[in-house]
Ligand binder design. Sequence first.
Ligand code: ADP
Ligand code: MG
Length: 397
Amino acid sequence: MSSRSIPATHAEALYHTTYGGLPDGVWSSPGRVNLIGEHTDYTGGLVLPFAIDDRAVVAAGRIDEPVVRIVSSQRPGGIIEIPIRQLRPGSAAATGWPAYPAGAVWAVGDAGAPVSGLQLALDSAVPVGAGLSSSAAVECAVALAAAELAGSEMFDGPTGLQQLARVAQRAENEFVGVPCGLMDQMASAAGQAGNLLFFDVGAGTIEQVPFDPTAVGLTLLVIDTRAHHSLADGEYARRRASCERATAVLGLTSLREIDDLDAALAVLAVEQDGAVLTKRVRHVVTENARVEAVVAFLRDGEMSSIAADLTASHRSLQHDFEVSSIELDLAVDAALDAGALGARMTGGGFGGSAIALVDTADAAEITRAVEHAFLDAALDAPVSRSYSPSAGARRDT
Ligand code: ADP
Ligand code: MG
């Protein structure tokens, strides 16, 4: 038990009222916004997300019994209890939302930490299904807590947070059963305040790229359409399957190896499913090029020049990768019509959030214009916010 006696966070208070006593510590990890590089992570491509200042917080304590107990402020309904010996992929003991934190504990144990009994109290400010990666925030916070409470140093050192991302991704891929790429967990684990995370998934390298739009009179609006993605799972898997098939048809190991796009598209076009494969591959290859262009503009201090690439990314996701939605297109088009410099959907698509780069002086008017467009279309008003790049996974107390 901690030496402190007053719960300082909602997660600690939840821990206290649920289990009694105080936790051994509090850990947290953020959601993320992806500036550009969408649906490129699972083909070894380039992504450019940043960690946001909405975080998943977990208060965690070790116990002597061989069970993991979990509660969440966002999922009222009592304590979920899972015997440690049943903590494995495919187990009926952890399905639905508890699979995310339970999967994180499993993945830490599977990576070699001697995980014992745990009590977890979760409280997250990251909205679920808004395209801001509430799932990775939960996984990274819980995995870091479980490892540190097991006395493991697996997430210490200069590449520790990258290792955390990989372990958290295994929780989602193998335990929850969602075939996500590595972007969300890497942004949540290894994001840094004031920076975008330029992650070359194929090469396994990350670079921090300073990003402060407000310093140059710009604002990055994040527009949550509140049409939350739920149909996404099957479509996401289909997009992955198309990319894998195109890779195989081209005789490559990764779509990153394409250096002549037109030649690759000509090969794909004659396949029975060529119409779909060419569109998917054109998105991935042009999106990787847009990420490189945006990084170059940012390094040259030309923030407003990234806007055209943001909008081009949206059109590619809308028409070629076909993962946008009526609400996302409306948010992007209404923002652009009202004077946004550039705009795109962010996250996996089929709902969730869009981003718009705007002159700060126009931010309020563009926000209102987007709201009116939704009301005119008889849709619930979206919620717009501006996030600053924030810190990744950490121990808070
Ligand atoms: P997102 O884009 O927000 O990551 P996902 O579908 O990938 O959407 O993950 C959302 C799921 O993560 C939720 O349905 C729930 O199972 C789990 N989750 C996220 N936040 C919480 C929380 N605070 N408490 C419990 N479960 C959560
Ligand atoms: Mg997710």
